[in-house]
Design a protein around this ligand. Structure first.
Ligand code: GLY
Length: 390
């Protein structure tokens, strides 16, 4: 029995475009509340950014200058994670490996220490739970790091989840709650009648729905039939990543570690995820020698023991980056029935519980939580003053 917190008499028919963690989690919530939910994906579920991600829940570490408006949303979703993971595991019997050891940012050189201190002051100024550690304190926590580690910052509220296990569990939850999943079923177009999104076109036919949720990640702007002003300005932001194999009984790390120029995410099963490049290369999905070299060199400088580890996998993913790198969430002015759930950029896994709960609440009750208000697509629509475009 799921503990879905929203009670509504409404039982909407919902079409969700995109079966990543965002689409699947919204589907779970709506189907559990009695909605009739169909999820469409052009490929297999959970194979896009959800599969490529590192699964970091890092509201503190990943908040960069300029991203302060995002913080209420990321912190809200971070707080939801423990209960969300417990509920999902209980509902499906499947693990998602939530880990709460925290995130450790590490400086190796004197220059790194200056950069780390500036970031620490910024994060502390935002009220985030970050603590400065000396080099000795860093090595106490992670003895296999480079002995020259000069300082660190612990984000004790940050953590990680295994995003690939998450995708499997969310699919199981959505199906158990009664959602129907249509894999390898591309939506050809949005159907809009009289200014209302009333379904999706699949196989040349309109499949009617009361609500259409666009959760197709970096592919979202490719949906045909979106009216002007409803095309989300989302682009693919390429990330190259790889995983190494540690001995699960004697892992080299316990925390998620952020040395300069990479991050290192140790999994319970012994994988060590090394990420990630950030490249504006469109849909170029090729691994490059330079990308992999840069990641391995940064990982090796921080954790010399990686030299001995077998490489298990290398891959490329596409973060759905919006024009201001913040997500695009909620209703679309001028197109009733269309809900945006896209543009999560670096924070898709972190923002999964918040996105699912807040958007499901909106779809079922019509109420828009104030946390969502800054993230509507209307912020990109043309603003005009005295005939001048701003
Ligand atoms: N959140 C990690 C990344 O975007 O690479």
């Amino acid at each position: 029995m799921t503990h879905f917190p929203f009670v509504s008499a409404a039982r909407p028919r919902v079409a969700i475009i995109g079966a990543g963690c965002i689409g699947l989690s919204i589907a779970w919530r709506l189907a559990a509340a009695g909605g009739t939910v169909d999820i469409y994906d052009q490929g297999s579920s959970g194979r896009g950014a959800t599969h490529a991600a590192a699964g970091m829940l890092a509201a503190a570490v990943e908040t960069e200058p300029g991203e302060q408006p995002l913080l209420p949303l990321t912190l809200d979703s971070q707080r939801r994670w423990p209960a969300f993971a417990a509920e999902l595991e209980a509902y499906t019997g499947l693990p998602v490996d939530l880990r709460t050891e925290g995130t450790l940012q590490v400086a190796l050189t004197r220059d790194d220490v200056e950069v780390l201190r500036a970031g620490y002051e910024f994060q502390r100024g935002l009220g985030l739970n970050v603590a400065w550690l000396t080099g000795a304190q860093v090595k106490e926590r992670e003895p296999w790091l480079n002995p020259r580690a000069a300082a660190g910052v612990l984000g004790a509220d940050d953590g990680q989840v295994d995003n690939r296990k998450l995708a499997v569990a969310l699919k199981a939850a959505a199906l158990k709650a009664g959602a129907r999943l249509h894999e390898d079923r591309a939506v050809e177009a949005l159907s809009v009648t009289g200014g209302r999104a009333d379904g999706v076109v699949v196989g040349g036919e309109v499949r009617h729905a009361d609500v259409v949720v666009l959760a197709a990640g970096a592919w979202s702007r490719q949906l045909a039939g979106l009216p002007d002003g409803a095309v989300p300005p989302v682009r693919p932001v390429k990330g190259q990543m790889l995983s190494l194999r540690m001995d699960a009984a004697q892992p080299l790390l316990h925390h998620v570690v952020w040395p300069p120029k990479c991050y290192l995410v140790p999994r319970l099963d012994g994988r060590l995820i090394v990420g990630a490049t950030t490249e504006e290369k469109g849909w170029d999905d090729r691994l490059t020698a330079g990308g992999v070299l840069a990641l391995l060199e940064a990982a090796w400088r921080a954790l010399p023991g990686v030299e001995e580890l077998p490489i298990e996998e290398m891959w490329v993913g596409f973060r759905p980056g919006s024009r201001d790198d913040a997500p695009i969430l909620g209703p679309v002015p001028g197109v009733d029935g269309l809900i945006m759930a896209t543009g999560h950029h670096r924070n898709g896994i972190l923002l999964t519980p918040g996105t699912a709960d807040l958007l499901a609440h909106h779809i079922l009750t019509g109420q828009l939580d104030p946390l969502l208000a800054p993230f509507g697509i209307d912020r990109f629509q043309e603003r005009k003053t005295n005939g001048m475009r701003l």
